[in-house]
Design a protein around this ligand. Sequence first.
Ligand SMILES: C[S@@+](CC[C@H](N)C(=O)[O-])C[C@H]1O[C@@H](n2cnc3c(N)ncnc32)[C@H](O)[C@@H]1O
Length: 356
Amino acid sequence: MVQLDEDKLHSFVGKMLGDLGGAFSVPTVRVGLRLGLFDALHRVGPVTPADLAVAAGGLNERYVREWALAQAANGYIDYDSGSQMFTLSPEQAMVFVNKDSPVYLEGAFDLVAAMIEGEPKVERAFRTGAGVRWGDSAGCLFCATGAFFRPGYVNNIVQTWLPALQGVEEKLEAGAKVADVGCGVGFSTILMAQAYPNASFIGYDFHEPSIEEANSHAKAHGVGDRVRFVAATAKDIRDTDFDLVTSFDCLHDMGDPRGCADNMRRMLKKDGTWMIVEPIAGDRPEDNMNPVGRLYYNASTMICVPTSLDQEVGEGLGAQAGEAKLTEVIRSGGFDQVRRAFTGPFNMVLEARLSA
Ligand SMILES: C[S@@+](CC[C@H](N)C(=O)[O-])C[C@H]1O[C@@H](n2cnc3c(N)ncnc32)[C@H](O)[C@@H]1O
């Protein structure tokens, strides 16, 4: 008979309670975001549930009261027992209201929902070893992914990531030709186009609905004249003479990242740069047993590995491949200068070039 360590059991169950609380909050947070409850609370709080229901456009008071109590129990809004009113603190607003804040998390909650929707297909793939096509596992995996990464891009691409590359900012200011490969719904491409009005941009992605959405984003942001989006698989793009190629959070999703690296070298001018933004990760699994690695390993199981295994070669790098493995893949495409240009809490930026 195995002896249980009661202390260990209690602390493990305590951890599970916290984790399940987070999981249980996913639907109520998403409902609150879609119905504008966090926004309304931010505008009119401190407020009673009845007034919050009115401020959110005339919702049912009983539902809003239960929702507010749930969010207060989550610690996502504050409850004052004296006045029985609810408020949203400035810090909570950074997560639930301010869309350009680096920690705005609507996309993260949407991504959880997309992963749950994708469960049956991924579960089947565990048995067969087949992949799951990007976009097939859930109706809006691609929009959730765009929304998940957007806050990081809004606060980093122009401010820190591009300036960390050798001589790239100057080229962009003068008017560089840029390809954003694996651009998804195009937030990264459009942000760069807005910051560098003399440069021209082409975003490529093999998922046609993402390309359609990216094209309509470009029009809506008034950059349609300098930005276009094209449906293409990374290793099959035939355009050349780029000063800069960027790949944001997508190399590890590709079936043939080495074939992609080889094509990125062909697409670039001799003195061009390939910027590869990838999830932060250490080289050994034990380096990634932390809260960020936890998010990425789970997303990688449900999204990144199935996406890669669905494609030609099926390398299946996974979202926690780490710098050493990524560098080896990038070098296999003929880049002889690869360095880590920037390290953030969620991403690393690799710079790949050719010797003169
Ligand atoms: C995690 S998403 C990142 C999208 C976008 N860069 C962003 O950060 O929002 C990965 C993207 O890689 C694209 N992708 C995967 N394999 C591809 C391939 N072989 N060629 C082109 N795009 C690919 C997917 O369609 C998807 O848009």
